[in-house]
Design a protein around this ligand. Structure first.
Ligand SMILES: Cc1ncc(COP(=O)(O)O)c(C=O)c1O
Length: 468
């Protein structure tokens, strides 16, 4: 009951925000330093609303507390907004900016490519080089097709799975997000009173206006439960299983011991295509993504985000016999901007920079940041779980154990966490309200120290909100 009350409060806040009625940061808040002001962003978002619904270009940029921000530029670990604030950025473009903002190597490669051409509606040397690198880095990648967004890449994967098996059903997991299209936006963040029992969840549409029939081929299960998945796959009628191999869109949840291996075996046994959605984990959890980190190779994998450090690139990679269905099996995949040259130049420059040394540094610094946040919250008396990976982790107020699946995440104290991220923002640190923290190679020890000082102060300020 209390949980629903909190969820209601949270959704009431979002509704207020969406109507432009949510409270903004008050200059009179008790902080030890003058809080930053975001008045310029508030004004600009209001003006934007004349042309852009909600003042923004994605629903996931709505509901940001105290306001969606408007930026002038980014450099390394920092963003600079139109109010003149310098913010240490842990949104990192919702994950892509693994080399930080505007890294020279990517900028230079894109500028050099711009002198040669932008879009050929044909192949280019830079596309070949990008494909070669993806196939060398990613275990499952015998072939790769490029596109512009993760949502699109997922569509290609679903189509290949159905084409290869002649089956219709795609199995997905509660809380896993695979893009915003009608046929897959199911049970990404369902209210528990609509989601059905834990052992037999019902698909819940993620959007008003979504075509109900598009979900006809979708079944939803709880993640991290191997026995249930094995039993379902044994019927032999599932085309594909799609999952984040580590659940990073909501939370940053590790697969349980043996889970991925078991899923791999069950898929192989039943002729089911295993798809890892590596849009977040790819080129972030390791140079070869989650599949390399966990040593489990899917049949297909989708990539986006960190593959090109902010350029709109996605990839669908996997077994040659599956990808070649695009060439010889009558399976259609298109896109005017697929392998656009500037994006390919950004891909090559980014992948070139993702060395083992860079990942070792991310591991060390990210671990220090996670431990520092954990300690500061404990010191302030805030019950929280800090879990995940040094390159992307999740802070969950109200949990004392790392979450195992979506239903665990519904117990988070989201309102108190929004108060915390708002308090952080006032101190110049921008972290996602949903709890995720992304790290870049540019967040050095000095930046982490500054962050941890802000975290300690914000935690002290927020402690009183824990009863929200
Ligand atoms: C795991 C996952 N898959 C797919 C997508 C969709 O990618 P895009 O937003 O590029 O369409 C996202 C986006 O956040 C994601 O996190």
């Amino acid at each position: 009951m209390f949980l629903y009350k909190k969820m209601e409060l949270w959704s009431a806040w979002l509704t207020m925000y969406n109507r432009g009625e949510a409270p903004t940061v008050s200059a009179s808040s008790s902080v030890s330093r003058p809080p930053l002001s975001f008045d310029g962003s508030v004004r600009q978002i209001k003006e934007n609303m004349r042309w852009l619904p909600g003042g923004v270009s994605s629903n996931f940029r709505l509901g940001i507390a105290p306001t969606p921000l408007v930026f002038e530029r980014g450099e390394g670990p920092f963003l600079f907004d139109i109010d003149g604030n310098r913010l240490i950025d842990y949104y990192l473009g919702m994950g892509p900016m693994i080399l930080g903002h505007s890294p020279a190597g990517v900028r230079d490669a894109v500028k050099a490519q711009a002198d040669k051409g932008i879009l050929f509606a044909g192949q280019s040397a830079v596309e070949t080089e990008a494909a070669r690198r993806v196939c060398e880095m990613v275990p499952c990648a015998e072939r790769v097709r490029f596109g512009s967004s993760g949502s699109e890449a997922v569509q290609g994967a679903l189509r290949l799975a159905r084409a290869a098996t002649g089956r219709r059903i795609i199995l997905k997991f509660e809380g896993h997000y695979h893009g915003w299209f009608d046929n897959i936006l199911w049970s990404t963040a369902p209210a528990l009173n609509a989601a059905g029992p834990e052992d037999a969840p019902v698909p819940v549409a993620g959007s008003v206006g979504q075509e109900a029939e598009a979900g006809g081929g979708i079944e939803v299960m709880a993640w991290n439960n191997l026995a249930r998945l094995e039993a379902r796959l044994a019927k032999g009628d599932v085309a594909g299983v799609i999952m984040e191999a580590a659940m990073c869109n909501a939370g940053a949840i590790h697969p349980g011991p043996g889970y991925l291996e078991g899923v791999r075996e069950a898929c192989t046994r039943t002729g089911t295509i295993l798809i890892f959605d590596e849009v977040i984990t790819g080129f972030r959890l390791s140079p070869g993504g989650a599949q390399k980190r966990f040593g489990v190779t899917p049949d297909l994998a989708t990539f986006g985000k960190a593959i090109a450090n902010g350029f709109p690139v996605a990839a669908l990679a996997g077994r040659a016999d599956l990808l070649d269905l695009f060439a010889t099996g009558g399976v259609v995949h298109g896109g005017t901007y697929n392998a656009q040259c500037l994006s390919m130049a950004a891909t090559v420059a980014t992948l070139e920079a993702l060395t083992p040394e860079l990942f070792a540094t991310l591991e060390t610094r990210g671990t220090r940041l996670m431990n520092g946040i954990r300690d500061a919250l404990a010191e302030a008396g805030i019950k929280a779980s800090v879990a995940g990976f040094p390159q992307v982790f999740h802070v969950a107020f109200g949990l004392d154990q790392p979450a195992r699946d979506y239903r665990d995440l519904t117990r988070i104290n989201r309102l108190a966490y929004v108060a915390f991220t708002t308090a952080l923002l006032k101190r110049g640190v921008r972290a996602l309200e949903r709890g995720a923290w992304f790290l870049s190679s540019e967040h050095d020890d000095a930046v982490i120290d500054e962050t941890l000082a802000a975290v300690a102060a914000a935690a002290r300020e927020t402690k009183g909100e824990m009863s929200l």
